[in-house]
Design a protein around this ligand. Structure first.
Ligand SMILES: *[C@@H]1O[C@H](CO)[C@@H](O)[C@H](O)[C@H]1NC(C)=O
Ligand SMILES: *[C@@H]1O[C@H](CO)[C@@H](O)[C@H](O)[C@H]1NC(C)=O
Ligand SMILES: *[C@@H]1O[C@H](CO)[C@@H](O)[C@H](O)[C@H]1NC(C)=O
Ligand SMILES: *[C@@H]1O[C@H](CO)[C@@H](O)[C@H](O)[C@H]1NC(C)=O
Length: 402
């Protein structure tokens, strides 16, 4: 395809991604589509690890109305922080793979189930910085689980399935560091302090994760940057009435979003440098811009089928300006304080019209939102790098189940 042709395409298509020289050389080296995905991360990508990690302490993901929009036919059921599928579930379906199984389920079964298209190491609530909260799971923990898993696979005398997928696997690290900030905010840390004290530590560890995966043989590494947390009802709700803050034109807290923007800018710089030094062995680092992908949806809700009248209204929640109360959340019940010392018992077991809502439970998003973000990702929109790279054009994707 000539450059002129691409330029013309660019005029007519929304996504104006011209291939960089890196993309061109990559494509001429006959790119092999990923045969498997190894997933890391937090509740954005967790397909059940959190549930298995704490048996007997069932997370609310098993309570109605979690999972009300999609029926998973596998044995673990829904087990996700949404009303239905997550971004990684749509990725699995587009590539024609089974849903990525939680690693804890895999190890329970001695790796006898189908792992040939990947495994999920993500845990809800995972941080990047080790042990800085009550949550015991952090990024390096997930990586170490992956390294153990790989060792077990490679040393298994009779692997039930061939290991040829390992060299053509993609490794996905989405939006890590988000929870480090959430926990800090809920402990009263200000956005300014978060930038100075938390950001440098977590950034360093995310970059280190990419380096470790590369050193272990990963050749397609996908890193998603941080979503705009200042648009989350969980961040916005406590701000109301306490301080005016600075809100952007759509109502997000700009001082919180700025934290994510600073993180993302530095992450981009570090990953671009790594990509340069990995060129020699053909490693591809894909940078996906979660921040602007989510901002696009928040800014133009109607364009994606969402009700624009309250773009931050939580689908499954209770009370306040966003239908959100951090004391009793979706799928749970309890007593919430009202004004003048009164209290009310609530049982949050209804969620009307999840397809019209962007926000699911105040922290996580609806399946409908995840579908839009997954579609962006698969069609190369909001790629920071490499520009012009597009799974939809390169791989044989199937969108029929979307
Ligand atoms: C957790 O869920 C499992 C499976 O649905 C159920 O058997 C168990 O009783 C639940 N445990 C608690 C403490 O609710
Ligand atoms: C985090 O805490 C656990 C449990 O106390 C411990 O085993 C682990 O080594 C700690 N990790 C780091 C990096 O400090
Ligand atoms: C509601 O509260 C009861 C009693 O505290 C508890 O047993 C139950 O698991 C809670 N959750 C739901 C969804 O009813
Ligand atoms: C809360 O609602 C769910 C679903 O309707 C119901 O099964 C549960 O018993 C309710 N719990 C309480 C404590 O009212």
């Amino acid at each position: 395809m000539s450059r002129t042709c691409l330029l013309l395409q660019c005029v007519f298509l929304e996504s104006c991604n011209l291939p960089t020289s890196a993309t061109r050389s990559l494509l001429s080296n006959s790119f092999t589509c990923p045969q498997a995905f190894f997933i890391f991360g937090d509740s954005l990508t967790d397909t059940g690890n959190i549930q298995i990690l704490a048996p007997g302490v069932n997370s609310t993901t098993l309570n109605y109305p979690y999972g009300e929009s999609y029926t998973f036919t596998n044995e673990r059921g829904h087990n996700r922080y949404s009303d239905g599928r997550l971004i990684v579930d749509f990725i699995a379906q587009a590539f024609g793979f089974p849903f990525f199984e939680p690693i804890l389920l895999q190890s329970d079964k001695g790796f006898q189930t189908d792992y040939t298209h990947g495994v999920n190491f993500a845990y809800s609530g995972a941080t990047v910085i080790p042990n800085n909260t009550k949550n015991p799971i952090y990024l390096q923990y997930e990586l170490d689980k992956f390294f153990d898993y790989k060792k077990a696979l490679l040393s298994s005398p009779q692997p039930s399935t061939p290991l040829s997928f390992l060299p053509t696997a993609a490794y996905l690290i989405p939006e890590m560091g988000i929870n480090d900030f959430y926990y800090a905010y809920s402990n009263g840390v200000s956005p300014e302090t978060a930038i100075d004290e938390i950001l440098p530590k977590s950034l360093k560890l995310v970059v280190s994760a990419v380096e470790q995966l590369h050193a272990s043989g990963a050749r397609i590494i996908i890193v998603g940057n941080q979503q705009p947390q200042g648009c989350s009802p969980s961040v916005l709700t406590p701000l109301r009435g306490i301080r005016t803050g600075r809100y952007d034109t759509i109502g997000c807290s700009d001082e919180h979003n700025r934290v994510n923007r600073v993180f993302n800018r530095k992450l981009k710089r570090a990953l671009t440098k790594l990509q340069e030094s990995y060129k020699i062995d053909g490693t591809l680092i894909i940078q996906f811009d979660f921040y602007n992908a989510f901002m696009e949806v928040f800014t133009n809700p109607a364009k994606y089928g969402f009700n624009p009248s309250n773009r931050f209204e939580v689908c499954c929640g209770f009370g306040g300006p966003y239908n959100y109360n951090g004391k009793v959340m979706c799928g749970n019940n309890g007593t919430v304080p009202l004004s003048k010392g009164r209290t009310q018992f609530v049982n949050i077991s209804t969620a009307l019209n999840p397809k019209e809502h962007i926000e699911w439970d105040g922290v996580h998003f609806t399946e409908a939102t995840y579908k839009v973000i997954a579609s962006f990702f698969l069609s190369g929109k909001f790629f920071i790098s490499p520009l012009g790279f597009n799974f939809k054009h390169l791989c044989n994707l199937d969108f029929s189940q979307f």
